[in-house]
Design a binder for this molecule. Sequence first.
Ligand code: ADP
Ligand code: MG
Length: 372
Amino acid sequence: MDASYDLIVNSPGRINIIGEHTDYNNGFVLPTAIDKKIQFKFRKNNSDKNCLVKSVDFDTQFSFDLLEISKSETQWENYILGVVYEIQQLTSNLKGFDCVFKSEIPIGSGISSSAALECGLAFGLNELFDLKLTKLQIVELSQRAEHNYVGTKCGIMDQYASVMSKEGHVILLDCQSLEATYVPMNIAPYKLLLLNTNVSHNLASGEYNTRRQQCESGVAIIQKKYPAVQSLRDVSMEMLSEFKLDLSTVVFDRCSYVVQEKERTLNAVEALKNNDLKELGALMYQTHDGLQHLYEVSCKELDFLVDFSKKYEQVLGARVMGGGFGGCSINLIHETAVAQFTAEVSKAYFEEFEIKLTAFEAMPCEGTSIEK
Ligand code: ADP
Ligand code: MG
């Protein structure tokens, strides 16, 4: 550790086995942190209000005054400023600090570099200034930072997984109650292989918010007849089908996907507990199908990867992971097939799109923590 810094914090990216676009609909998700992280170094700088933050990856830094926090024109700075702003809504004990961070999480790839950034900063400042925030407060303030400063109306999954994960487990998170069940991830001799399309569609965050609005507009219409319905969590396919003529086709499809995904996630957890990996894989393929055709957040590169994987019986399931429109697919694959599949899919992908695929295995790891 650089002697001039007081504190080192590691904040991981995350995967999600299943339960996509369900968090902001009060459904279930099944994420875990992985062994790709942003590492932060912090120190107090003995000033009352001057702060300096540096991204090694972007090779740039900026300074700000704790008494004059406002949004920046530079988007990455808003992840930092948003967290500082939200901390200041909870405590007045922040003082001047310097922070430098370096990341190994691919950016905009559905592994949530954004939550790792927010949560690592919040976690480190909490430690450095002994702010006495709970882990759940760190999770929730980081989500608010992304809503209020960045403008992405994300659900709670990414921040929750980055902070709360436990090695060797996935988290079945009920996004309505925030009740978490840690499920052991015993899938040997299978592995989780991520394939990064290295495509990140810039539309993503705008489209993300549009999906959220479409779900809310569906709920608003259903509520007129069923006032108890607060979110798609409270809607079954049977109930939804009553509204087929009242909802636009697009809104009906969006809602159908979410209602089905809620069931699928619970079924996937049962399959995982029963070590029925064939069933788990089949559910992942179904999720991809829904994300491709009903929720429409896939793209041709991801569809290519998922279709290609279906030629291999050693791949039990695959799907787009994260917000979509690019980023990674997650594949449930037998360990003996990883090398050959990776080589063949990379070759085919390059021939089709002239883009290099990046492949890596992921395993469940501990959430945000201090480096000892
Ligand atoms: P994802 O969370 O899937 O990686 P997002 O679009 O939600 O994608 O977040 C990516 C954004 O987070 C980047 O565009 C940048 O603004 C910020 N970010 C992530 N990692 C870094 C980094 N190492 N340095 C600076 N900003 C970063
Ligand atoms: Mg993100």
